[in-house]
Design a binder for this molecule. Sequence first.
Ligand SMILES: [Zn+2]
Length: 372
Amino acid sequence: MYFTFLAPRKYVQGRNVLREAGAHFSKVGKKPVVLWDARVKALVGERMLSSLKEAGLEPHEVEFRGDSTKAEAARVAQLARDHSADMVVGVGGGKTLDTAKAAAAQASVKMVSVPTLASTDSPTSSYTVWYDEKGACQGFESWGVNPDLVLVDSQVIAEAPVRAFVAGMGDALSTWVEAEVVHTTRGQNLAGGRATMVAMAIARLGYETLLQYGLEAKRAVEQKVVTHAVEKIIEANTLMSGLGFESCGVATAHMIANCLPGFPECRQLMHGEEVAFGVISQLCLDENMPTAEMHRIVDFLIALGLPVSFSELGLEGVARDRLKSIGEVCAGSGSLCHAHPFKVTPEKVVDAMIAADALGQERKRKCRAKAE
Ligand SMILES: [Zn+2]
């Protein structure tokens, strides 16, 4: 197995960088197809389009229909071909970016990510997570190449809902926790290779950045302002977590998180919120986890307001029987849970989730008592 590291060709982050979108895009191509929904266009359309015009680019706008389905990606790819586009630009959340990535790969053109939320790992990665028309997850697919450009306007991120920013921290926090497991067992990253030292250092830096600046950044985003802490967390959520998960690999936290949308009660949750509970479950499953470190992570998730118990996931009083299906998927063949240096069984996964719920509740009581 080779040491493999994946990354986008260029990453630019800063306040009002979208006002210079044209200058950045024109280094990638001349005829962009811009994929966004009406809400995102209302938010950033004017400043982005006027910058593209100034740079002499001819954008063709396509309205995103809401889910990253195979049909939607094929539709956008066809429009890119029909308009002889040389790049597809995704502007919005993870699903818009994932669809833009798929369409760009299918039309054999370049790809630009413009995330308007710092809520997922999508912007830098080579992956598309597929959904069906009903919104159920259908697995993921790599395009073998990462975006040609990732443009992140910190002002836009700071003005987006704070819930998305915090969910992004839940997703980002899992990166090191999972990377360490995969590294210990010499497991594969998402390119089928082994993690390089650079990838491990990035994952670790992301973890430390979150613990150090996470709460301060959340406070600033509640006021819709950009501070140095906000810039650091945008970088942790988007660049460090994106490079880290893809080039280091993922494990149980993401396996459990990806099973949760199967429960109708969890449909309103954001990906990073599900990952937060997945992280605690993985910590409870892990035989090598020091208790102090575990409490530090859980207390941080509580301070951020991320879900740490069944009731916060909408699963109050969930029966053990209902969790069994998650245990079976996690212990099944091809599961990412096999990255651990011990055998993962369905019973162990269910036990870990129940232990996570109990731990989350107990730490919450302790945190509350401390605050009073
Ligand atoms: Zn994730």
